[in-house]
Design a protein around this ligand. Sequence first.
Ligand code: GAP
Length: 516
Amino acid sequence: MANQDDQFKKVISHAKEYGYIFQSSEIYDGLSAIYDYGQNGSELKKNIREYWWKAMVQMHDNIVGIDAAIFMHPTTWKASGHVDAFNDPLIDNKDSKKRYRADVLVEDYAAKYDTKIDKEVAKAAKRFGDSFDKEQFLATNPRVLKYTEERDAILKRLGQSLEKEDLADVKALIEELGIADPDTGSKNWTDVKQFNLMFGTKLGASAESATDLYLRPETAQGIFVNFLNVQKTGRMKIPFGIAQTGKAFRNEIIARQFIFRMREFEQMEMQFFIKPGTQQEWYDYWKETRLKWHLSLGLGSDNYRFHDHEKLAHYADAAADIEFKFPFGFKELEGIHSRTDFDLSQHEQFSGKKLQYFDPEENKNYVPYVLETSIGLDRMFLAVFSNALQEEDLGDGKSRTVLKLPAVLAPTKAAILPLVKKDGLPELSKKIVDELKWDFNVTYDEKDAVGRRYRRQDAAGTPFCITVDHQSLEDNTVTIRHRDSMEQERVAIAELRDMILKEVDMRYWLQKIEDK
Ligand code: GAP
């Protein structure tokens, strides 16, 4: 655990040191669970957003994108169920006065069994060497089976109590398991209570006439209320999807995992409108398609797993998370939800407007069912960034810190480095910058020895360093150094653009989704 904590601390401090993420309004001591993206972070975030948008909108001829407002008519949130049901079960510790999500306390407790199972697997793998069969071990080892059974029983009971809104049983479970305040060890708990997560605000000049509004807690509702506008003006035929990216706001209670759980964050959501009865088929399709998108970035297939929901949200008839192995363990990265006709039917009822589709094949009107894919952009950022940050042993007691971001997402694609600050090398380097900047984000760096500049760019995540030396003046060639392999090759300046493009072009990366 100490190791995980250390790694996570390194991620947070590296994100700050290299201009990726700063605490919001830091000079005033910050705001909890609110963050700003710096000069590199905003580029990485933009690239992730674009990678998602291209895969979802540009590559699907039946998916279009919108950009709805953050403020929505307040009845939207009555209809969606958020006013009544967008709650977290909270528990306070009477001694420390700290507040926790009761379900998370239990889930964290259950996750300890996963750590124990991982340890058993690691021990057995060492003992059996090449002949080790992990699947068989997990299915037969008595200790692992006992841990699995105990973990599943806890999660099942939690799921059932939450489903029945039996908050007294959630508290009973916490007490039976002997769960203590993670900060102080105290077991002196209050009862569990529900707490609404939406932020309220006001629209209007005077206090009397102002209307109560909410900051949207998800972007999805902006899509539902525009369903007919888009369907009619775009002459969309079912099945079709509407995508959007944008800010969402939640008054999260436990907000201690950096950008994993924020109060202001960004979502990338897609609602796919389908014929009722076809939801299972589309649920399977989108689970598979979204996993392929993740795998295309090469963060390692072992770092993903599906988690099927026991407790379904108020709108869903099936739901699964794609979980990612963050520095603090496997946690939800993206949700795939079969939302039935819940949202559109609710908006029909509350607005009094028909939100139906005329199906020419069936020759009838119906309220479409919806398959949703919903991923947090900031969470995706954390997945990519934490996976990329590595301390690499170079032998001879040497090491380097390297941020192995997928080249397609890296904020800066190449750094142009004159070997020395004289003899016309800076001038030639700046000419190369001026040429490449039409296609890529590039940077110029002439300070310090070239080895130190390489290290700086490795740590910032720049995939290529281009060194201009005296030979460059004679034959128009430069050295290109690859961040991950540290290999260097001599290439013609005229070839640089194509060489870089081959490795950073979204086309090359997105094609991997089709190939799989
Ligand atoms: N429209 C469905 C919806 O909003 P959700 O599971 O509540 O579903 C979807 O959220 C995704 O949004 C999550 O998988 C996560 O990636 C991201 N997300 C949710 N709450 C977040 C928060 N407080 N901070 C950062 N990301 C969050």
